[in-house]
Write a protein that binds this ligand. Structure first.
Ligand code: URA
Ligand code: URA
Length: 199
């Protein structure tokens, strides 16, 4: 991994990211989607990659999945305007919203690592399998490990990590049944709020 040093400000990293041509996604993007929310937050959420609306607006989680994410946070009194820092594993939209390829994730990791190094959040939510794999490697599939706390070690400066379902998965599995994906998400966000208040 490239060592960017410790004196990079978020604005410097963002500027470098905006000019990035390290992978093929730079050829088809309309905008680099770097971040949103509060940079000195103790709570960071890492998603997957920008979709159509994010690519058009240059802002993460603004489409349907993003609106659901905002409602999930709001259900425990949290918001990106006041409490949360939001970014993605990969900063440019993959064509047709395919999963980012290994070399694209590898190329983009230096920006994610710099964001973690600068923000130093106490809690990091890994939203969906792509984020889980980038930070935890092969810890297991999201349905097995969601809602559990992980110690992330040095890479995340000792932050507590929790894998959570991706909101687009909840949109595809819309049952509110006890034990279903939405129900589980509402359990998880309450546990996250508790930890947030205790740190
Ligand atoms: N899905 C993501 O993972 N990130 C976004 O920014 C939007 C949708
Ligand atoms: N599969 C995923 O990739 N993400 C989820 O959140 C759930 C299933």
């Amino acid at each position: 991994m490239t060592d960017l040093g410790t004196d990079n400000t978020l604005d410097e990293v963002k500027k470098r990211c905006f000019n990035c041509k390290k992978c093929r996604l730079s050829e088809t993007r309309h905008n680099v989607v770097f971040d949103d929310g509060i940079p000195n937050s103790k709570l960071m959420l890492i998603g997957e990659a920008p979709g159509y609306y994010e690519d058009m607006q240059g802002k993460p989680f603004v489409g349907k999945a993003g609106q659901l994410l905002d409602r999930i946070f709001a259900s425990v009194g949290l918001s990106r305007e006041k409490d949360v820092y939001i970014c993605n594993t990969v900063k440019c939209r993959p064509p047709e919203n395919r999963n980012p390829l290994p070399d694209e994730k590898e190329a983009c990791l230096e920006y994610l690592q710099a964001q973690i190094d600068i923000i130093k959040p106490k809690i990091i939510l890994l939203c969906g399998n792509v984020a889980v794999q980038s930070i935890l490697g092969n810890a297991g599939g999201i349905t097995k490990i969601r809602g559990k706390w992980f110690d992330g070690g040095e890479m995340v400066h000792g932050a507590k990590l929790m894998p959570i379902f991706h909101p687009s998965y909840l949109l595809r599995n819309d049952t509110r049944e006890k034990g279903g994906p939405k129900w589980l998400m509402w359990q998880d966000i309450q546990e996250i709020r508790k930890k947030y208040d205790s740190l």
